[in-house]
Write a protein that binds this ligand. Structure first.
Ligand code: PRP
Length: 219
């Protein structure tokens, strides 16, 4: 394999953000044959254009970018905040819109947020949750889960959850109600800080092309 410095390496997350990310990058000329999040192949290259894609678990994208294993990445603002990784946020891509919030079982709703002080909260985002509750002057017990967070209060693991909501369907189907908004999130284009300097022209061009696309979409 040729030296990785010759390539521009882009980390894409598996799951909901994969298709819109791959589609958008393709529109500005960045794609590769066989690029899919279903592929068992973990690095997909376009030898002609010297582009490589890493397809990884959502939570790992900021790690690849922070360490420079990928020059660029696409990932939700929620995952960037949770990771605490030092990456350069280049552009809000606009898709993957959802928000983080706290929810509780409808039939066990307490009067005020403070009434949940010193209770257990199940979440995929313990750092974001802790930051939020600290600001409210609350001390909580954080139970880290990796998916299906809504199960927490249903099976008595926790009194509440902190999770992302997109359409609200999952909350509704599990008789949960949002009681506190935390922040909005969308997909972001991120860069490794060193790559941004070393490959400035190429990265700057991608950002310019993506901004142009966004502007055309708004017309
Ligand atoms: C996310 C989130 C909620 C759901 C919200 O889960 O954790 O469960 O989406 O979407 P909705 O408001 O449109 O119902 P995801 O599908 O990413 O899977 P997960 O259970 O593995 O977290």
């Amino acid at each position: 394999m040729a030296d990785s410095k010759e390539y521009l390496t882009i980390a894409l997350p598996k799951g909901k953000l994969f298709a819109p990310s791959a589609e958008l990058l393709c529109k500005v000329g960045y794609t590769a044959e066989g690029l899919s999040d279903k592929s068992r192949k973990l690095i997909i290259s376009n030898e002609k254009k010297k582009i490589r894609f890493i397809v990884s678990k959502t939570a790992d994208v900021p790690t690849y970018v922070e360490y420079g294993a990928a020059d660029l990445g696409v990932i939700g603002k929620d995952v960037i905040s949770e990771s605490g990784k030092d990456v350069y946020e280049l552009l809000d891509l606009g898709f993957g819109k959802c928000h983080l919030m706290m929810a509780v079982p409808k039939n066990q709703k307490r009067g005020r947020l403070m009434d949940y002080n010193h209770t257990r909260v199940a979440t995929k985002f313990p750092h974001i949750a802790e930051d939020f509750f600290n600001k409210q002057g609350m001390q909580m017990e954080y139970i880290k889960l990796n998916g299906s967070i809504e199960l927490g209060p249903i099976v008595g693991l926790s009194e509440s959850i902190v999770d992302i909501v997109e359409t609200g369907t999952t909350l509704k189907e599990n008789n949960l109600e949002e009681i506190a908004y935390i922040f909005d999130t969308t997909a972001r284009l991120i860069a490794n800080r060193v790559s941004f300097k070393l490959k400035f022209e190429q990265i700057h061009q991608i950002v310019t092309d993506l901004k142009r696309l966004q502007a055309e979409g708004e017309e």
